[in-house]
Ligand binder design. Structure first.
Ligand code: PLP
Length: 338
């Protein structure tokens, strides 16, 4: 029987779980580390799921249609790339403003998908450095004002971001592990993935533990990646410190479905990326490396003997080749143990 898809949008989701058996053997791990490879989505990351859900739910409500609407977003990358791809596939014009520190690859991908890059004046961007996501509101409002029939996808607060992971990513992990998943690990940008996945998993089995990986503040302050304001972790940031939730906590984050917060340094992140490439032939981005590093630490614990530990691996390392982490890592990574 012929198997021909009608659109790239039909290829979103159903990403594979892969058990890292050689890595476990080499490191002598007790737990089973099983990565959810989100770069198998057609535009290359877990953000494909939310871009599609946000667009298709807005279409179903009658809020947008390709003949009248221009989609608008302010983002640092993967959501923009996913929106740009699916906007093109569905016939929407798409305008995007870029957060500071976007990698060259991401910018070029946006251009390749025909997105219109909106120049953002330094005065408008300045508060982003100080206040983080709180400062996004006025920028998006400006974009909407200047875009006739503009529709902002608002990934930080749009519930369809969380719903995409609750409806698909969580169930996929549950079904593919036949309900055996014991620990889930993810980082927080908008909060959509950890919230949606963890909510679903905990509804199936309240004993499943969810750990949020947080970039070590020291690594962020003294970024090893030139020009990166996020320490090179790309897409994830700290949401909780000793005083509670930080100003970087988006509406879509939900602390009620989180059991633990653990810090990871950039050096540990690079080490995890390197080990995965070396023993499994899989090359992931930094946010994936951060979750994987926590997974490795968890898999060393006696209490996790035989348990399935699933880190969400959002994207591929090819998206950051210009950062030359293969060179940076020798300076940092060789000095750490995982
Ligand atoms: C590479 C990468 N990892 C992780 C995240 C965080 O995911 P979420 O927005 O679901 O919290 C993002 C989000 O921007 C990302 O681009």
């Amino acid at each position: 029987m012929a198997k021909i898809y009608n659109s790239v949008t039909e290829l979103v989701g159903h990403t594979p779980l892969v058990e890292f058996k050689r890595l476990a053997k080499e490191l002598g791990l007790k737990g089973r580390v099983i990565g959810k490879l989100e770069y198998f989505n057609p535009a290359g990351s877990h953000k494909d799921r939310i871009a599609l859900e946000i667009i298709e739910q807005a279409e179903a409500r009658g809020d947008i249609s390709p003949d009248k609407t221009t989609l608008v977003e302010f983002t640092s990358g993967n959501t923009g790339i996913a929106l740009a791809s699916f906007a093109a596939a569905k016939g929407y014009p798409f305008r995007i403003g870029l957060q500071p520190g976007v990698s060259v690859e991401r910018l070029k991908l946006l251009e390749a998908y025909n997105a219109e890059i909106i120049p953002v004046e330094p005065e408008l961007l300045a508060p982003v450095y100080e206040k983080g996501i709180e400062a996004f509101g006025p920028i998006i409002e400006r974009f909407i004002e200047e875009t006739p029939n503009g529709y902002a996808t608002l990934q930080l607060s749009n519930p369809d971001n969380v719903n995409a992971h609750y409806k698909h990513t969580g169930p996929e992990i549950w079904e593919d592990t036949e309900g055996e998943v014991g620990v889930f690990i993810g980082g927080v940008g908008t909060g959509g993935s950890t919230h949606g996945v963890s909510k679903y998993l905990k509804e199936q089995n309240g004993d499943i533990k969810t750990i949020v990986v947080q970039p070590d503040p020291e690594s962020v302050a003294n970024s090893a990646v030139e020009g990166a304001t996020d320490g090179g972790f790309h897409g994830i940031h700290q949401v909780k410190d000793e005083n509670g939730l930080t100003a970087m906590t988006p509406d879509n984050f939900n602390e009620n479905v989180i059991d633990e917060y653990q810090y990871i340094t950039y050096a540990e992140t690079l080490k995890a990326i390197h080990l995965l490439a070396k023993y499994e032939g899989i090359f992931v981005g930094a946010s994936a490396g951060a979750s994987l590093a926590i997974a490795i630490k968890e898999a060393r614990k006696a209490e996790n003997e035989g348990k399935m530990i699933v880190p969400l691996l959002p994207d591929n390392g090819e998206r950051y080749l210009s950062e030359d982490i293969q060179r940076v890592r020798h300076e940092l990574e060789d000095s750490v143990e995982l």
